[in-house]
Design a protein around this ligand. Structure first.
Ligand code: UD1
Ligand code: PEP
Length: 419
């Protein structure tokens, strides 16, 4: 098993290139199942979750080609299998996103039930209810969701909760359905919008893109296109937070600043100087003591839950008391115990994490419990006195491309060790 060894105390400087978005790339890769002809994707990040998605597409009979510039061509013209096995679904919950495309194009999908995972129970009831409303017959047997429909039918669907992958799955079902589908209370995350734009380029008819009411007029077929996925706003936010905690000035490049409005507002409130220049964000936190911020995670355009752990580290170091409320996932404070091992003082009251500020971190041996938890431990390690070993880093490889290389180039003392 690999781990990261980080020696704290270095200031960061320079520019870091942001990779393509994991959460946009995964649904778009699954969306390739909808196309009769090959799709070529660029700006796909090199991540464990992308490898898992490609494995899943290959299991279904998709042909995958990767060129020297890392463009990925996915040819799903001859799929022969409609089952997403547990081995793949368990390592990546986003595998559930193959359900909509398979059901829409081939009239059947058999997807292993994604289990409960570290950050919450994460049910898929809204996905299932939505497909049922579109006429699918769904049975859950021996750990699998078996879905069948001669052809999905347009329906008026109100989703009880704002769900990102739920919206994406139903959207991909609706694009080939007979008639018109309304998806109400839809997620508006930039990754949902990116998927909708991709589907539109393939021939789908979607209006209301970027809003919470998507209207989809089903078409008979979709065809391959070339498509570039959006930059990863959470990766960008994580590097900005690294500059904030280390009191550094860096630039994150190849980003879409408009996707980070709620996050940038909080960096400014924390006392960081943030400047936007086209597709770059400059952050300067040199000589500044962070101010505590109160944060409540919300669906987009609110503050993202995927940035909560990183801001908790910022608040722990800040000049006074701060509070972060997690409203999306019921168990997303697993990093708190690990941060406490490093010297943080955090009080959890239900879904609220209170910090008193002015904590100092000491190097320790800590375990990454989920993807963003790993990111926050790296941030804490960058400012800790001494050495930190971050174990179980397979979580981080699911979502951060070349993390140690990128931090190393920014001046951090970080290396990957094989045990
Ligand atoms: C691959 C991907 O894009 N992952 C992102 C996606 O996860 P994911 O799409 O899994 O998260 P959802 O938006 O679906 O979850 C939001 C809330 O709705 C609940 N829910 C969801 C579906 C359902 O059928 N029933 C139900 O109750 C969930 O348990 C959670 O409490 O959005 C999350 C919230 O922005 C992000 O943290 C994840 O990084
Ligand atoms: C929770 C996350 O991802 P996933 O939904 O793939 O588990 C995340 O990206 O922080």
């Amino acid at each position: 098993m690999e781990k990261l060894l980080i020696k704290g105390g270095a200031k960061l400087h320079g520019e870091v290139d942001i990779s393509g978005s994991k959460n946009a790339a995964l649904p778009i890769l699954m969306g390739c199942v909808l196309a009769q002809t090959p799709v070529t994707l660029s700006n796909i990040p090199h991540l464990k979750d992308v490898t898992t998605s490609l494995q899943l597409l290959a299991t279904l009979g998709g042909e995958i080609m990767i060129d020297e510039r890392m463009n990925i061509t996915v040819d799903c013209s001859h799929l022969r299998d409609f089952t997403a096995p547990y081995a793949l679904v368990k390592s990546m919950r986003a595998s559930i996103l193959v359900m909509g495309p398979l059901l829409a194009r081939f009239g059947q999908a058999h997807v292993a039930l994604p289990g409960g995972c570290a950050i919450g129970s994460r049910p898929v009831d809204i996905h299932i209810k939505g497909f049922e409303a579109m006429g699918a017959e769904i049975k859950i047997e021996e750990g699998f969701i078996h879905a069948q429909a001669k052809r999905l039918k347009g329906a008026d669907i109100y989703m009880d909760k704002v769900t990102v992958t739920g919206t994406e799955n139903l959207l991909m079902g609706a694009v080939l359905a007979e008639g018109v589908t309304h998806l109400r209370n839809a997620a508006c995350e930039p990754e949902v919008t990116d998927l909708a734009i991709f589907l539109t380029k393939m021939g789908a008819k979607i209006t209301g893109i970027g809003t919470d009411h998507l209207v989809i007029e089903g078409v008979d077929e979709l065809n391959g296109v070339d498509y570039r996925v959006i930059p990863d706003r959470i990766e960008a936010g994580t590097y900005l937070a690294a500059a904030a905690v280390t009191g550094s000035a860096i630039t994150v490049a190849n980003v879409e600043p408009s996707h980070l409005k709620s996050v940038l507002a909080k960096f400014t409130e924390a006392g960081c100087d943030v400047q936007i220049e086209d597709r770059k964000i400059h952050i300067d936190c040199r000589g500044r003591i962070l101010k505590p911020v109160d944060v409540e995670t919300q669906p987009y355009p609110g503050f993202p839950t995927d940035m909560q752990a990183q801001f908790l580290v910022m608040n722990a170091l800040a000049s006074g008391a701060g509070a972060i409320r997690e409203t999306i996932f019921e168990n997303r404070f697993m990093h708190v115990t690990e941060l406490e091992k490093m010297g943080a003082h955090i009080t959890i009251e239900g879904n609220l994490a209170r910090t008193s500020g002015q904590d100092t971190f000491k190097g320790s041996s800590v375990h990454a419990t989920d993807l963003r938890a790993s990111a926050c431990l790296i941030l804490a390690a960058l400012v800790a006195e001494g050495q930190t070993h971050v174990e179980q880093i397979y979580h981080i490889d699911r979502g951060y491309e070349l993390i140690e290389e990128k931090f190393h180039r920014l001046g951090a003392d970080i290396q990957r060790l094989s045990q």
